[in-house]
Structure formats: C-alpha cells, structure tokens
Design a protein around this ligand. Sequence first.
Ligand code: PMP
Length: 436
Amino acid sequence: ALTNQENLESEVRSYPRRFPIAIKRAQGALVEDTNGQSYLDCLSGAGALPLGHNHPEVVKEIIDHIRADLPFQTLDVTTPVKDAFIREVMAFLPQSFAANACIQFCGPSGSDAVEAALKLAKQVTGRSNIISFHGAYHGMTNGSLALMGNLNAKTRRSGLMPDVHFFPYPYDLRCKFGLGGEAGERASIRYIESVLHDQESGIVRPAAIILEPIQGEGGVIAASAYWLRELRRITSELGILLIFDEIQCGIGRSGRNFAFEYAGIDPDILIMSKAVGGGLPLSCLVFKKEFDTWNPGEHAGTFRGNQLAMVAGAKTLQIIGRDELAANANRMGERLSAQLRALQDVHPCIAEIRGKGLMLGIEIVCPGQHDVLGHPLANPELASQIQRAALKNGLIIEKGGRHGAVLRFLPPLNITAEQIDFAGQAFGRALAACTK
Ligand code: PMP
C-alpha cells in the first residue's frame, strides 16, 4: 500500500513529513490509512476541522448547494450564501464587538487575513511598525512571517519587513523576567508599557500589537485575562490597534466561542481562518467600523470569499452553537487534562500540561536538567519519539513549541468521552514505551 515515504507527495517540500502514513478515508475524529489501520485524529487539520472529517450535516449542506447550482465564485457580486455566512459569524461573536464591527473576506489561508490586518493597521494609524511576541506564529507569507517569534529551521526571515519588534509573551515555565505566575505578568506589562512610553527605547510607537490570545504553534500558551486586559488598556491609551489572531484558538476551541472572551475585552481587529471555513479554505477579518478606511476594491483578490467554504463554515458555526460544542470542548479538555496530569505524576519528563478547552499542550523536558537561564531543558528528541509511539498506538498528535518539545492535542470539538479516554490511554502507552 501507498505510504507517505513512497508516494509523490512525500517530495512536496511544504510539509514537515512527520507521519509515515497515507490517509485514505476519514470520518469524524477517525482516519484510516492505506493499510486499513485506524487512528484517532487529535490534530484535525491543525484545528481546521472543528467537527472532524466529513460531518454528515456539513457534507449534505455542500452537496445540496452544488445540486442547486450554487455559483462557486462571484467575486464582488453578493449572494445569499455570503449573507448567511456573515450572519452566522456575527452571531458567533460577542455582541459588544459585533454590534459595531464589519467583516472583510480575505484569501483562502490564514496568512492572507494576517496580511490584510497589517495593511489595515498601517492605513488607520499612518504608522508602519508592529509589535509581535516571542513564540508567535502568524503565517508564512512575507508580512505574516515577519511576525514569527520563532527563528528555527523553518524560518529564514531576513529582510521581510524590518519594522517588527518582539516582546516576551507570558510563559510561566520560561519567564523572561525570572518570576513566572502573576508576578511575571505584572513585570511583563510594566516592561511593555515603559518601552512604549520611552522615547529613547529605539522602538517607535507601533501601528498595532498583534497576538494570539492562546499561542498555538508556539507551544500552547494561554495569556491570562489580566495580561490581555492590560494590553487593551495600554493600546487604547496610546492609540495602538490591538489585533487578536484567533485563527487557531477561535471558534469554540478554547471553551468559549473566542478565547478573548475570557478577558471580557474586545480587539480592534480579529483574524479568523481554519475552523471558520468548516474545513474548507477561508479567512476573514472582523474589525471595528471606526477603522474601516478601505476604498472599494482596495484590498482585492480573486479567491476571497469562497462560496463553498462559506456554506461549510456557516453550517459548522450553526452546529457548534446548536450542540454547545464550546462547552463540550471545556468538558472534554478537562477530562483529558486530568488523565494527562495523572501521567505527569509518574513521568517527570512532563514539565507542564497547558491550554484551554480542546487546545492542550504537554511540554517535554530532560528531568533535572536546566538551560543557561535556569529553565527546564527542553527535550525535542523525546517529544518526537513520543509522537511516533503515539501514532503506533493509533493516536495522531501534533508537535510544536519554541524548542519543538511540546506535544499538542487539537481534537474535533465534538469528540466523545470514549475517544478522549482512548487518547489518554494511547498517550500513556506511548510515554511508557519511550521512557522505560
Ligand atoms: N495564525 C495562527 C495563530 C495559526 O495557527 C496559523 C496556522 N497554523 C496561521 C496564522 C497561518 O494560517 P495559514 O497556515 O492558513 O496561512
């Protein structure tokens, strides 16, 4: 049977090629490889499949629309599908934000929407520099890549966009202020505020501060409500736009519709992709109307606002709301966390279990060893071994983090308790196999 090593696609350079399988069929949280082996997919298209693969109601909706002669592409001509999608997105947002906001369709990838957000922020403020954070991931196009807080083998960033400055993101285990916890967050806010007020800091007042309320690729690190509120206060006081990238943590994954809701504040610009297209390629911005400075056609693109993705996305949002899947994400996330914490008790290589809802990360370290800063020494090799062992045990999980040592769970939001228990047990078996 075809495997990832043998087929032509294994030569495609855009993939890290970590999984030595080829997937033939997929339904819900389960995928089947070309050898007939089944796996629980706790990656779900890096969060792009909030209902898992081929949810029957989403599939029916797409087929019904095609049978009814849905136009695939209408560019700027409006359609009932676009209207229905806008209604669902706006209803999914907190009313405090949606009531005075407008939507902008961007290209098929999340990076497209990040680029649009950068352009808008520059246009609104007349300034060009941007603040991003250590560990940030915003995409791979020139502008979005310039915001990447992680320089590694994937990232050759020189000369992309010179005006990005990076601040530390709160990260208890590796706190840049040597404090951790609330003290670390207070120090972080004091540092950010003092730099932005300091004419001599070398950092010109930025157009925007962009961040993921929960860093995903950076290792599943959730910012606290306090820290987000303080950023909101500082940016409002200084006339800096606050951009939240919820491409990964949005649409129910965090246990709330959007992760920023935990802080009870609104961004100026919100970026969405992945789950918002119900598994099909789509991205969009929602931003406060007061910042709508676009001229008609000023930010155009052929494949913005794909109709089929909007059909899938609108139905997916409806189902997430109807079936209260954000709450399910919380319950199932708690259930999995409890099982992972039990494993942590007997496996000292687990330094931390983090995240919110069904966005969980497990940081793997070398027990008792520290880096030059006194932080636990990351163990990316062991993390890779555990990931491979998990696959052998029928579990697909992602690996990420600043040192490549965080194992990540991003299962579909409608995952069942039985499937969560399978994930916990398979992960336990993988850990045991790699640490004996
Ligand atoms: N922002 C975040 C938070 C992401 O997780 C990602 C993708 N992992 C992106 C932006 C980029 O999206 P895309 O890969 O669709 O360009």
